[in-house]
Design a protein around this ligand. Structure first.
Ligand code: 2PG
Ligand code: MG
Length: 426
């Protein structure tokens, strides 16, 4: 009898789910989100899901309860629908698990189960799969993706505006990116720029100068983009990195596009006016990338910019985020119209890790650069750090080096880099 029991236990495949549940936690904005707990007989794996404020129309659906906040329905979907269906799945077969999740949802935009339910399970599965195969997570992701891993360059957030800053500044993000031979060195340089900016702002605006936005960056009472960009440039200059540090912008233009016009820094502009403004600031500041320069429906605006950038031989990345939403169909759409040469990858815009990988691979096929990104509502989950390395992303943006939920991602990348350096030294 005892023998039989032992046989039965040891015959059980190791990489299956013994328990899958969800619980409500709060994100960095104080909004409920879901944390998934996946138990196996070789460990327990957690994953939590972020949430954006400036979103694209084609993003997968983030399911909420009737009050528009709660995630009770999401938890119910995880425990009552997903858990029983995944019982027999092998957690080290990420593709199959993700495929099962997609089938189970059965909609084009994850509106039945919710992309937040699906992503939590998909990430927890990746963690379990990595453990089962005895790989660090980044290496496991690179194996699943069939991509050579690489450390991304950090893009630290300096100044916030738009929906994140709630001031007069229309641009949502002004970031700094330094190119050095290591992640740590780039990060250290960018942090120096951030601190220098902090000092400049305090001197200029007093207490108001140290106020922070949703992602931990500064939200000083500037009147417009040029004032904000000049402050960023001044901070770069102050620490001696002019010529060595680049400025990256996320305009998040969807958020200031109303009835065909751009309500930008107190003026009402059409696409051509906004384009002229961009060309002007490309001349005046060391800008090398601009994300969502136009609204997702203003394809003409995007086209003007891409062709100008080409004709003038400007070294500018035109980055799709709300436009492309980590969705292969939208990426194809942008490629056919030749409107981007880079994109943002955010796993929660699409729902599963396999689909996010497919989006990254398609972008690579087109020769685009990749920026893996956090969301404005974040948790302590550092998955995107491993993910960025696993898919060989060119950049990562995870906010300012201040809040814990942002630092979790940067710290994880610093640890991965050390792990890689140590293993090369052996
Ligand atoms: C963005 C993101 C992250 P949100 O637009 O790139 O900074 O913002 O998560 O609000 O969409
Ligand atoms: Mg964006």
């Amino acid at each position: 009898m005892d023998n039989l029991k032992i046989k039965k236990i040891s015959a059980r495949p190791r990489s299956k789910i013994s328990l899958l549940r969800g619980r409500e936690i709060l994100d960095s904005k104080g909004m409920p989100t879901v944390e998934v707990e996946l138990e196996t007989d070789f460990g327990k794996f957690l994953a939590s899901v972020p949430s954006g404020v400036s979103t694209g129309k084609y993003e997968a659906v983030e399911l909420r309860d009737e009050d528009g906040r709660g995630v009770k329905k999401v938890i119910e979907n995880i425990e009552k629908i997903i858990a029983p269906s995944l019982k027999q799945e092998d957690l080290s077969d990420q593709k199959r698990v993700d495929e099962a999740l997609i089938q189970l949802d059965g909609t084009k935009n994850k509106s039945r189960l919710g992309a937040n339910a699906v992503l939590g399970v998909s990430i927890a599965t990746a963690r379990a799969g990595a453990k089962a195969k005895k790989f660090p997570l980044w290496k496991w992701i690179s194996k699943i993706a069939g991509i050579k891993p690489a450390l991304p360059r950090p893009c630290i957030l300096l100044l916030e505006g738009g929906l994140h800053g709630k001031g007069k500044l229309s641009l949502q993000e002004i970031m700094v990116a330094c190119k050095t031979k290591s992640f740590r060195e780039s990060f250290d340089r960018e942090k120096k720029v951030f601190s220098a900016l902090g000092k400049i702002l305090k001197k200029r605006y007093g207490q108001l100068g140290s106020k922070q936005g949703m992602e931990g960056a500064f939200i000083p009472p500037v009147k417009n983009a040029k004032e904000a960009l000049s402050l960023a440039k001044e901070a770069i200059e102050k620490v001696g990195f002019l010529g060595k540090a680049e400025i990256i912008i996320d305009a998040a233009a969807n958020s200031f596009f109303k009835k065909g016009k751009y309500h930008f820094d107190g003026s009402i502009l059409n696409s051509k006016d906004l384009l002229s403004f961009y060309l002007e600031i490309f001349q005046q500041y060391p800008i090398t990338a601009i994300e969502d320069p136009f609204a997702e429906e203003d394809v003409k605006g995007w086209k003007f910019l891409r062709s100008k950038v080409k004709n003038l031989k400007l070294k500018i990345l035109v980055v799709g985020d709300d436009l492309t939403v980590t969705n292969p169909e939208r990426i194809k759409f942008a490629h056919q119209r030749k409107i981007c040469n880079a994109l943002i990858i955010k796993p929660n815009q699409i729902g599963t890790i396999s689909e996010a990988i497919a989006a990254a691979k398609l972008a690579k096929l087109y020769g685009w650069k990749i920026i893996v990104s956090h969301r404005s509502g974040e948790t302590k989950d550092d998955f995107i750090a491993d993910f960025a390395v696993g898919i060989g992303s060119n950049f990562i943006k995870a906010g300012a080096p201040t809040q814990k939920e942002r630092m979790a991602k940067y710290n994880r990348l610093l640890a991965i880099e050390k792990e890689l350096v140590d293993s090369l030294g052996k």
